[in-house]
Design a protein around this ligand. Sequence first.
Ligand SMILES: Cc1ncc(COP(=O)(O)O)c(C=O)c1O
Length: 473
Amino acid sequence: MAKQSTRAAWTVVLTLDGDGKLHRQVERALREAIRSGRVSTGTVLPPSRELAAQLDCSRWAVTQAYSQLVTEGYLATRVGSGTWVSWSGPTQRTARRTAAASVATYRFDLAPGAPDLRAFPRTRWAEAARAAARTVPTADLGYPDEQGYLPLREQMSDYLQRSRGAIASAADVVIRSGVSASVAQLCAGLRAMGIDRIAVEDPGWTRLRAVIESTGLRLEPVPVDDHGLQVERLSRRDDLRAVVVTAAHQFPTGVVLAPHRRLGLIDWARRTNGVILEDDYDAEFRYDRSPVGTLQGMAPEHVVLLGSLSKTLSPAIGIGWFVAQGQWRRLLEGPAVLGPSTINQATFAELVAVGAYDRHLRAMQRRYKRRRDCVLTALQHELPTWTIGGAAAGLHLTLTHPSNPDTSLLTTAAGDLGTRIVPLRDYRIHTTETQDGIVLGYGNIADNDVGPAIRSLAKAFANSRRRAAQPRS
Ligand SMILES: Cc1ncc(COP(=O)(O)O)c(C=O)c1O
């Protein structure tokens, strides 16, 4: 372990508790600082005379404390090298990290959600961050523009038009920290406009529902079938004027909103003077067909388009956007919302401007397609009796089985083998739908793990069937 010399203000790090003899107080304070992780392994302690002066105690008290902690293995000492922290046991910090990790440690995590975090373009991002830090105008280093950093809004307006068929000028684009943050603001705005209910897809993304409910808006669940949201049902609900929809790739079923439903939805919005919040969360990744354009491009006056970097780069960046036009600009009129860090926005703007974001998306599209194909091959081999749905796009697919197995048993059996899966029913509001299944995410699984993970799932299925067949005692 390399020794780090430190000029810490030891009076800040070590607090003497005033209880008992001074050398014991110094000893306890040092031991506690090491165990808590505040003084890390390798840290060189000051000479006893210096620490004594800082702590306002005798040099003897410090040498006694050092000597006791050397005996206990917290410190080491060598003539000419001084005294340093040699403790290699767990500190409270590492214990906390380990505890957090052990809750979520699976050998194979097949829950939907994450993109390939290993593929984050670290070098490109670092280059863009460097360029951004050099070039962001001094005036922009104050509090961020509420609507978002203008150069990024310009890049996004261009990007959304060319890649998603959206209709958006830079003035229509608002930068937020993600889809969830955008929806929170928009729903608060809807309430302020007197709209108190919003239709949501059932099944749908649970976090988004929680965000909506936290704004006080009531959820109106609308079922989803093989053609997407059952748009016809919207008209049957009086006074409904708002809906959230994942039109290009329904979450979690993976179906695409059928053309007649797209037209029906826009027609409904025009008739009710309503708004469609279009969650375009993973539209960039399409494998077997050409991309579906946005609803927003068909009816910008009734659609607010939302997106974020959570699927294309990483949720850790904390950048998303929405495009709002016409009367829906009023949704922004609520209390001021501070957008994400200008430096991050400028970094992302730079990444788009130099073409690195588009190149990254093209590379990821190829990577995900290859992985999706491997997943399909493995599933056909290991779980041939299961039906695969929603695999033509995005980073997840669904699996259903004609025997409609108990997914609680299956999830537990998979967990026992170190594989995390999520039942479809977890995303449902009304659980009257009897056919359950699994939502299987493959965005963040290593390529080498695809085969073993699907084999583990097949084994879990066999185990869960055996368990289901056992007579109950
Ligand atoms: C349906 C859906 N929409 C949006 C998002 C992205 O949300 P955010 O930008 O808040 O991370 C996700 C992420 O998992 C999602 O599943």
